[in-house]
Design a protein around this ligand. Structure first.
Ligand code: PMP
Length: 908
């Protein structure tokens, strides 16, 4: 059986006589280079147990450098080596390649010869019409290239050689058969070349036979079957001295062999040799060669390949090989990019997690599982595990307080009763006044409804005619004292009353207010809304619109109104993914902002947080132990933090937004910006800025306040409102703003901030203050009831956060201090705070009860079991009481206990 190269009877071939007959040959190009070989060439597979044999026919690793991806070479070579070394044998086309691969660490290599269909590829197919179509005469020399038109085929060198041949009157035309990524560029650069595209079968054979010289400058062949096809077609060959050319070309006889990789020699020697050879009148012809100028072909017989692979398939594979290389390179590139992105994301996620306040999300999730839990009348008084005598004192004290308040505020209580069921706002505030396990009992015995009809200085008159000191501060509106607001509201109304509720057209006072707000905020533009919440929504929306980013950063515990878009924790059911809650005063937060700057539309700060960083607003509703209420010395540390935040925002081009709904005009005429000495890019005001009328204001830099896009007319941020710039609101606002920028007001603020330092255990941030409890206790929230009995009005958050207005005189503060002390004394007298001597295990008991409460709120104990337990404990207590209060009982108790212990000892 004729063959080109015998297959060594070793490796997988030897072990698989049935798969490929010994001494047979086949075209290995059919088989994909690496993976998938098993399915593509099932006959190459020896057995699943010992692993398949593979054919390596594409030098992927050497391709890489032609794709400007030299760095991948090592990776690709390493991968291929690992892959092939795990197989039983790898079949390669030439001994030369085997040596090169061996040097790269490949093992188990075998050489398998190649053949060519000499019935198809023959000089007899030379076609005059085809040559005429190429524009050459019978005597002109035509250079040919067949294969992929791709960088790894080194075709620029072939063109150079062709040009050199042209200069000496050699090859007149250069014909390129095949297709590939470089074709368009080559065609553009060399319009005189003939590009035929991909051709197969007899047509391809005719192209071979009609040419004279085959230029093959490729350096990346494992074999190069086109060399055989060209030789079989009677062409002179110019190729590098390796692979198929080395095996079959006799230098100077059947072609010109150039030392591998020597481009200059390829041009020089190629030109001389090929021209001479191709024009030799006595060009040798083999027994099967009839081409007049053919130099050589194999004098051996060929047959079609043994695997039944058609030329069509082969050509397709030629194309696919290239594609696979590109895919491989592209895959590696994409893989590297993806890996880099994933790594970057992981680092960002790490910093985000470090900076993130987990409590909001966790508590929101937990809220779905926490069941209602109310202390029984018994449990109510023992929430800190206090001993019997204290419990009795508490019971008496609370009964006394309840009846005092009932007697003092009967009409307020009746009014509250009548309205509560139909006024949902009141029911909400009532429900959250005290920690929920205590709520039922308090509701049953107290009716804390403040219904007021008049104000006088910081005092309010209620429905029952009593005057009480107001430290509720109207949720923050009352900065300057009610008397001033009454005046501003009246004067403001007077100024606009000729216009009435006209909306749309604007009252001239709007212009004045805008100017004043710009000067107070130090920002470029102003927009008016109806409430703090609405203004926050507007600011966030405009920041998102103008930065084209989604994420809003806020800080743990900060309140920004009831919009769930800025309420990632308790208070809203919806889980939001565009508001990231970070920790206040934490280095990691700054880093997280830096790393995620590209996503962040704005960093939203509520400066009142300086008062209680990372915690929700202090309120009685969350007071379970004194430890919960943590406040800080607000100014210096927080100011430094804000300065650093400002610097990071500047560095990363992220807008810094101050929500000054609470702090604006309370801490200083210029709000927190002035108080802390830090300028924001956007500031939100509310509460007091409209002189007592409902309001929300956004001030901001021009670039952040746009609600339309000049470049994209259809992009708009639709932020409007019917009541925006309402004349009555604008009138009162004007009065307030003129007062606030007045010369004497700044001095007033300074005095107020100093005066509000009460000589009791309170912590304050300007005129915002809260009561601290130095003793641990589970009843701290009760102080609001005792204060009420002393004639102090608080908001529904109790002593958690109190406000004093500017009309608080020294005398008022003295009165407040007295009332605070008196209320605290009464509470202490009723045994709600027990010293360590009075209740030695108080901390431990409180902790245990808290854990128990938390557990019972999550895991529901069946009601009968609860009743049974309560009953057993009650009897136990009664028995204990009985046995210790009477001599005979004590005697019997000792006897029964001793008998029990004796039995116990016997039994065990
Ligand atoms: N932001 C802050 C800082 C606030 O304190 C408040 C209200 N307490 C709001 C926003 C929401 O304002 P409003 O109640 O007017 O909607």
């Amino acid at each position: 059986m004729p063959y080109l190269s015998s297959v060594p009877a070793s490796g997988w071939i030897a072990a698989a006589p049935r798969a490929i007959p010994k001494n047979s040959w086949f075209t290995a190009r059919r088989c994909p280079a690496t993976v998938g070989c098993r399915s593509a060439c099932p006959r190459l597979v020896r057995s699943a147990a010992t692993g398949p044999g593979t054919v390596l026919h594409t030098n992927f690793h050497s391709y890489a450098k032609h794709y400007h991806a030299g760095w991948i070479v090592r990776v690709v070579a390493g991968y291929l080596r690992r892959f092939h070394n795990r197989t039983t044998a790898t079949v390669v086309a030439t001994a030369d390649l085997r040596a090169r691969l061996n040097a790269l660490g490949f093992t188990n290599l075998s050489v398998l010869g190649r053949g060519v269909d000499s019935g198809l590829f023959t000089p007899e197919r030379r076609c005059a019409a085809l040559r005429a179509a190429w524009g050459v005469s019978e005597h002109d020399i035509v250079a040919l290239y067949v294969g992929r038109i791709a960088p790894e085929k080194n075709l620029e060198l072939a063109v150079e050689a062709h040009r050199a041949m042209q200069q000496v009157g050699g090859a007149r035309r250069f014909v390129l058969v095949g297709d590939g990524p470089q074709r368009a560029a080559l065609q553009k650069r060399h319009p005189d070349l003939v590009f035929c595209g991909a051709i197969i079968g007899e047509q391809l054979a005719a192209h071979y036979a009609s040419a004279d010289v085959f230029l093959f400058p490729s350096e990346t062949e494992t074999f190069g079957n086109v060399v055989l096809e060209a030789m079989a077609s009677g062409l002179a060959l110019v190729a590098y001295d390796y692979a198929a050319a080395r095996m079959h070309v006799t230098d100077g006889e059947t072609g010109v062999l150039i030392p591998y990789g020597q481009a200059a020699a390829f041009v020089g020697r190629g030109r001389a040799g090929s021209v001479a050879a191709a024009s030799r009148p006595d060009a040798p012809t083999g027994p099967r060669v009839s081409g007049e100028r053919g130099l050589a072909t194999s004098d051996r017989a060929f047959r079609s390949n043994s695997l039944g692979c058609s030329r069509t398939e082969e050509v397709t594979i030629v194309m696919n090989e290239g594609l696979r290389v590109e895919w491989l390179v592209a895959g590696l590139l994409v893989g590297s990019i993806v890996a880099a992105l994933v790594a970057r994301r992981a680092v960002t996620a790490f910093w985000t997690l470090r900076a993130m306040a987990l409590t909001p999300t966790l508590s929101r999730r937990l809220s779905r599982w926490v069941k209602p839990r109310s202390y029984s009348d018994e449990e109510f008084f023992r929430a800190d595990g206090a001993a019997e005598p204290w419990v009795e004192r508490r019971q008496q004290g609370l009964a006394r307080l309840a009846s005092f308040l009932r007697a003092r505020y009967p009409r307020c209580a009746d009014w509250g009763d009548a309205l509560r069921t139909s006024f949902s706002d009141l029911r909400f505030t009532d429900a959250n006044r005290v920690p929920f396990p205590f709520a039922r009992f308090m509701r049953d015995h107290f009716n804390q409804c403040a219904v007021v009809t008049a104000s006088d200085g910081p005092r309010l008159q209620d429905l029952d005619g009593h005057w009480t000191l107001d430290v509720g501060g109207s949720y923050g509106v009352n900065v300057a004292g009610f008397a001033r607001y009454k005046e501003w509201m009246a004067r403001g109304l007077e100024r606009v009353q000729d216009l009435g509720p006209v909306l749309g057209p604007l009252h001239p006072v709007v212009a004045e207010n805008t100017t004043l707000l710009k000067s107070v905020s130090g920002l470029d533009e102003v927009s008016f809304h109806m409430s703090g919440t609405e203004a926050v929504m507007a600011a966030v929306r405009m920041a998102r619109f103008n930065t084209r980013r989604k994420l809003i950063v806020c800080f743990a515990g900060a309140y920004h109104g009831w919009w769930d878009g800025v309420q990632p924790g308790l208070g809203s059911e919806r889980s939001i993914d565009d508001c990231l809650t970070l920790k206040d005063l934490h280095e990691a937060s700054l880093e997280a902002i830096r790393r995620r700057a590209g996503e962040i539309a704005g960093v939203l700060v509520n400066p009142v947080q300086s008062f209680h960083p990372n915690a929700p607003p202090p309120s009685d509703a969350i007071l379970l132990t004194s430890g919960v209420r943590r406040t800080e010395d607000p100014s210096a540390r927080y100011a430094e933090w804000l300065r650093r935040l400002r610097a990071v925002c500047d560095e990363c081009d992220v807008p810094l937004i101050f929500d000054e709904v609470y702090t604006g005009f309370r801490l200083a005429p210029g709000g927190a910006q002035e108080y802390f000495g830090v300028a924001a890019d956007m500031v939100v005001y509310g509460k007091t800025v409209a002189g007592g009328m409902p309001i929300g204001v956004v001030c901001g830099k021009k670039a952040l306040m746009r609600r339309f896009d000049a470049e994209r007319p259809m992009r708009i941020a639709y932020v409007v409102g019917t009541f925006s710039a309402h004349p009555v609101v604008m009138g009162a606002m004007n009065e307030f703003l003129r007062w606030v920028v007045g010369p004497s007001t700044a001095q007033l603020y300074t005095e107020m901030n100093e005066r509000s330092a009460l000589p009791v255990r309170v912590v304050h941030l300007g005129t915002v203050w809260t009561v601290l409890f130095s003793e641990p206790g589970r009843y701290n929230w009760l102080l609001q009831y005792y204060l009420r009995a002393e004639g102090v009005t608080l908001s529904w958050v109790g002593t958690g956060r109190c406000l004093s207005s500017m009309d608080f005189t020294d005398k008022d503060y003295e009165a407040l201090a007295t009332k605070l002390v008196a209320a605290a004394r009464a509470m202490k007298a009723d045994a709600w705070w027990l010293s360590a001597d009075e209740h030695p295990k108080r901390e431990k008991n409180m902790r245990n009860r808290l854990v128990q409460d938390a557990f019972l709120s999550l895991a529901r104990v069946p009601r009968p079991l609860q009743t049974f337990y309560t009953e057993v404990m009650r009897r136990k207590k009664d028995d204990h009481h009985a046995s210790h209060s009477n001599l005979t009982n004590q005697l019997f108790h000792i006897i029964s206990s001793s008998v029990f212990l004796g039995c116990y000892a016997l039994a065990f």
